[in-house]
Design a protein around this ligand. Sequence first.
Ligand code: DC
Length: 251
Amino acid sequence: MSIVVFGFTFGDQIKYPMIQTDKKIVIAIDGYSSSGNSTLAKEIAKMLNYKYIDSGAMYRAATLFALRNKIINPKNHFVDEEKLRNQIHNIEINFKYNPEKNRQEAYLNNENVEDEIREMNVSENVSFISKYGFVREKMVRFQQEMGKKKGIVMDGRDIGTVVFPDAELKIFMNAKAEVRAERRYLELKEKNVQVSFEEILENVKKRDHIDETREESPLKMASDSIELDNSNMNKQEQLDWIIGLVKERIK
Ligand code: DC
């Protein structure tokens, strides 16, 4: 049974209740890039005191490794597939909780890369690395391991379809490309990253296309997923919408 203990605010004054529950379920949140899935996933995890894992960070960290080791050419996105295959066992990705920033941070071979993996050079190349089956297999194994004990919220592209097909709650998020690009633009501007809106919109559309059409685990909605188009919703509205579903599943 779930009991609402108290309410508190987060970030830009979102109000949400803490839900105390002994029931541990798996919540899979998939969707298009910058559709707000990670914000929502983080908030649900906090509400339930569950672990939050950003699976995209893992593909980004693998891409950073490929860039640093000249496995991918950032100019034409050419990937030396053989080199990537041979070096895949040298890629170790972990998450560690940073109490100061109150967030999980991604580590690549024991180096904190949380900020670096959000930069444009990684965003522009990540789809060309995440399309390989042998890369995905490694990430999926690790993701499934992290979800073994349940009590986890994971966001990504294939969480409800491939990683946790038996997840108790699956959400598929979407919003218009322009809306998503605008959100990403504001996020990067806040971090003082110099980039134009047009560049971001192009990157969002390109990534949508690659994610949807790749052979390995393309981005698609699981048949038992619930769709949320949040083009015209603020964060509070999205949270209110999902709280009802979460409560239903942990009953
Ligand atoms: O969620 P994000 O934008 O940080 O993800 C970065 C890229 O990683 C995205 O372009 C697609 C890929 N990705 C994936 O293929 N599968 C996942 N489960 C998560 C992300």
